[in-house]
Design a protein around this ligand. Structure first.
Ligand code: PA5
Length: 422
């Protein structure tokens, strides 16, 4: 069973004539990615899910999470970019299943946000903090950790250190400092960069604290790994997805819009944007990854998509099985909506989705990714699917998927302005 069904809906016939042949031509890229290239060995810790989400690791994350859960409190996750997006995507989508609260910090330097986090914490019992940073030089989590340390010290005195779990790279200055201070430590995998860390302690530990089933998430990742690595044929969904999007890029599209009719995907879209934007956007190449939450955004960007400059194509992320239901009751007010009496919001939403697909695919090919249901297992699959796809896409475009030299540029200016360097 495939956990993600991929299809191309191309009523415009824009890519149909060359698509299948191009998929075949890209097969060597699939082979290289499935194999995992020697030159990227230092960044491929995510490539085999069991390396950082195997049974022993899961037990370790769960047993540490249980120590936090025992106190019936909340967890503040301090981290930015790849160091919080995957966990936050799952947490916000599955919040109703969670029995512990996570508060997100360290992803902004807005004083309003810092104040808001502290106000949210006021009066809460048993506060724990998980600071996540591969390279503890990142300004946002760095100074937020200082704020949180101070806050914890005021509440817990010398015992504050028992409330701090750091996920840092082993054998670094910050790791040694954490050990010296007596904080609880978890390793940030040396061979995984932030945006590829969805199936590692970076997201699995906080999600275990929240009460989610991280074993199911790892299982979903492993199922997808197997499905993608063992299928060397043109039917490989990751190969088909990246071939379609790269073909569209060649044909002049410069924006890929991830569209969803389910607001629970909002944070996932942020993760996806980072993955593709930071991995592919280099050397003047790459598609700009953006997202729209329909049906709301049909009333804003829908006009541009249907009729504006032809730079956009869409990838629909869709849920197959009905997981929520709310039926519109009959009403004696002549409000013009009686044709919907008794109809389920789920079905109305699906009709809007299918209608949008039909209308938009007459203008450009729409790519569609359908999952069965939104749960931990599916998230594991989706994370692996997109990470694997992104790696293939970068190879097709001849860029290094795992570096991000571009983000250093503003940092130099910022550090100079802030007086770090003269
Ligand atoms: O994917 C990446 O490498 C980045 O987005 C990092 O995750 C982000 O910059 C945070 O870095 P760090 O974990 O070192 O604070």
């Amino acid at each position: 069973m495939s956990l993600v069904d991929f299809s191309v809906i191309d009523d415009s016939s824009l890519i149909t004539p060359s698509f299948e042949e191009r998929v075949k031509n890209n097969l060597p890229f699939l082979a290289r990615v499935a194999e995992g290239e020697e030159k990227y060995q230092d960044s491929l810790g995510w490539h085999t899910v069991s390396e950082w989400a195997g049974e022993e690791w899961l037990e370790r994350y769960i047993s540490l999470a249980d120590k936090v859960r025992r106190h019936d409190g909340c967890l503040v996750v301090v981290g930015i970019g790849g160091s919080n997006q995957a966990a936050r995507a799952v947490y916000e989508a599955l919040e109703e299943k969670c029995d512990r609260e996570i508060i997100w910090a360290g992803n902004t330097i807005s004083p309003h946000s810092v104040d808001k986090v502290l106000k949210t914490l006021d009066g809460k019992k048993n506060i724990f903090v998980n600071v996540i940073a591969k390279n503890f030089q990142t300004l946002e989590p760095g100074i937020s950790f200082r704020v949180m340390r101070d806050y914890l010290r005021k509440i817990y005195g010398a015992g504050y250190k028992d409330h701090i779990i750091v996920t840092f790279t082993e054998d670094t200055y910050s790791w040694r400092l954490a050990e010296e201070k007596g904080y609880i430590t978890l390793p940030f995998p040396q061979n995984i960069g932030g945006r590829f860390s969805s199936l590692s302690p970076i997201s699995l530990f906080p999600l275990a604290v929240a009460g989610l089933d991280i074993s199911a998430m790892a299982r979903g990742g492993e199922m997808m790994e197997k499905a993608l690595k063992e299928n060397f044929s043109p039917s490989n969904p990751a190969l088909r997805y990246v071939t379609a999007r790269n073909l569209l890029c060649e044909m002049g599209k410069s924006v890929e819009l991830l569209c969803y009719f389910e607001p629970r995907f909002f944070r996932f879209a942020k993760w996806w944007k980072q993955l593709f934007g930071e991995s592919e956007g280099k050397d003047g190449k790459g598609l700009l990854p953006m997202d729209v939450c329909y049906s709301e955004d049909l009333h804003s960007l829908g006009q541009f998509v249907q009729d504006g400059k032809a730079v956009v194509f869409e990838t629909f992320l869709s849920i197959g099985k009905k997981d929520y239901s709310y039926c519109l009751h009959d009403d004696d007010v002549a409000d013009g909506f009686s044709y919907l009496d008794g109809k389920d919001f789920w079905d109305i939403n699906k009709a809007a989705e299918n209608a949008t697909l039909a209308a938009h695919s007459r203008r450009f090919p729409c790519l569609k990714m359908e999952i069965d249901s939104l749960d931990e297992e599916t998230f594991g699959s989706l994370f692996y699917f997109f990470q694997f796809s992104c790696y293939i896409s970068c190879l097709i475009n001849g860029v290094n998927p795992f570096d991000q030299e571009g983000v250093e540029s503003y940092k130099k200016d910022m550090f100079r302005l802030l007086g770090k360097w003269k």
